[in-house]
Design a protein around this ligand. Structure first.
Ligand SMILES: Cc1ncc(COP(=O)(O)O)c(C=O)c1O
Length: 365
């Protein structure tokens, strides 16, 4: 029986041709593909500029540099996320201040942000977790307190708020990852910084190029963080496919929701009303995650627990003052969220196999 994987990179003749044409052009760096990819993805997200770079982690580091955040500053981050959301703050010399997430949607809790706010709070990194956008009130909360909003949209290509704003188009700076398992990929490592602020746009392009201007003068600290032209060319083809892929992910999520709604032992993910979830991950909150994973594995279906060790408990933060703090929601869910396959290349039969395995796990619990 075929193994059903959590993710499967998309690769087809058009992507292969885009990659080969770019190699044949000998224009391998700093060329038209990167510029076009940045502009096309920014337009898709309703932002003014996108700057391709080497990874989502680098994009987060760049966002903090653009907003001039450094030593003495605090940045509010959810602890329930991928580690890069927090370590970028430490890498610029600022302090990550960890907060809990919402019990319903698992994104950063705006009330918890308010409790953690101090005069040193310079920014919040809102993670659109698993493809679901953060509470839209985060935008006005940030404006009210003059706090910058960095969107960690690494998992949320194509997600949309209830008012129709796209992930990447609501914060001061947004950061995407194009790691192969993401909704949109580039044939290797990759990321993008995105902004809707005209005043940050030109600095954003310079930052990935040693902070240099057209006359090769360096104005601020940057580095070579540029994406290769081949990656950008592949990303452009994938971007043209994204809407179709998102529709397939939604279709699978609808089937899962229907099948799992009445089951005991698992709670399907909740979607904020009138928003579009990008379904990077479909996570079930399980009473017995080990048994669910075991049943799936016996049926040759991959699954994964997210995120068993929240950021503040990672060894890298052993000396952080919040290392032993209990976050009620994070602590409750971190061992119980089991992600099951939802990528667009699953066949209807694959989806049915996943459903049957989850139903079997629940009926034997
Ligand atoms: C929420 C989140 N932020 C940041 C990143 C970092 O992206 P990259 O792996 O491209 O550096 C990831 C990647 O998995 C992520 O899921």
């Amino acid at each position: 029986m075929k193994r059903i994987a959590m993710a499967q990179p998309s690769w087809d003749d058009e992507m292969r041709a885009a990659a080969m044409d770019t190699l044949d052009s000998l224009h391998w760096v700093k060329g038209p593909q990167g510029k076009a990819f940045g502009a096309e993805f920014a337009s898709y997200c309703g932002a003014v500029q996108g700057t391709p770079c080497q990874s989502g982690s680098v994009a987060l580091w760049g966002a903090l540099r653009l907003l001039e955040i450094g030593p003495g500053d605090e940045v509010l981050v959810p602890s329930f996320t991928y580690i890069a959301t927090a370590t970028c703050v430490s890498l610029v010399g600022a302090t990550p201040v960890f907060v809990d997430v919402e019990s319903e949607y698992w994104c950063v809790d705006v009330d918890a942000l308010e409790r953690a706010r101090t005069p040193r709070t310079k920014a919040v990194i809102g993670v659109h977790l698993f493809g679901q956008m953060c509470d839209e009130t985060l935008v006005s909360w940030c404006e009210e307190h003059s706090i910058a909003y960095i969107e960690d949209a690494a998992q949320a290509h194509g997600a949309q708020t209830a008012s129709g704003a796209m992930a990447g188009g609501v914060g001061d700076v947004a950061c995407f990852s194009f790691f192969p398992s993401k909704n949109l990929a580039v044939g290797g490592e990759g990321g993008m910084m995105m902004t809707r602020r005209g005043d940050l746009a030109s600095r954003m392009d310079a930052l990935v190029n040693h902070g240099r201007d057209a006359r090769l003068e360096s104005h601020e600290l940057g580095s070579n963080l540029r994406m290769s032209e081949v990656s950008a060319a592949i990303g452009r083809v994938q971007l043209a496919r994204l809407e179709g892929w998102l529709a397939r992910r939604q279709d699978i999520a609808d089937r899962y929701e229907l099948a799992f709604a009445g089951l005991s032992g698992v709670i399907p993910p909740k979607v904020r009303a009138h928003t579009r979830h990008a379904w990077h991950q479909y996570c079930l909150l399980a009473d017995d995650p080990q048994m669910l994973q075991h049943t799936l594995s016996s049926a040759n279906i991959d699954s994964r627990i997210y995120y068993a060790t929240p950021c503040h408990r990672q060894q890298v933060y052993a000396d952080h003052p919040q290392h032993d703090v209990v976050f009620p929601v994070t602590d409750d869910i971190c061992h119980r969220l089991v992600a099951i396959p939802i990528h667009h290349q699953l066949s209807d039969d694959d989806v049915e196999r996943v459903i049957q395995a989850v139903v079997r796990a629940c009926s034997s619990s």
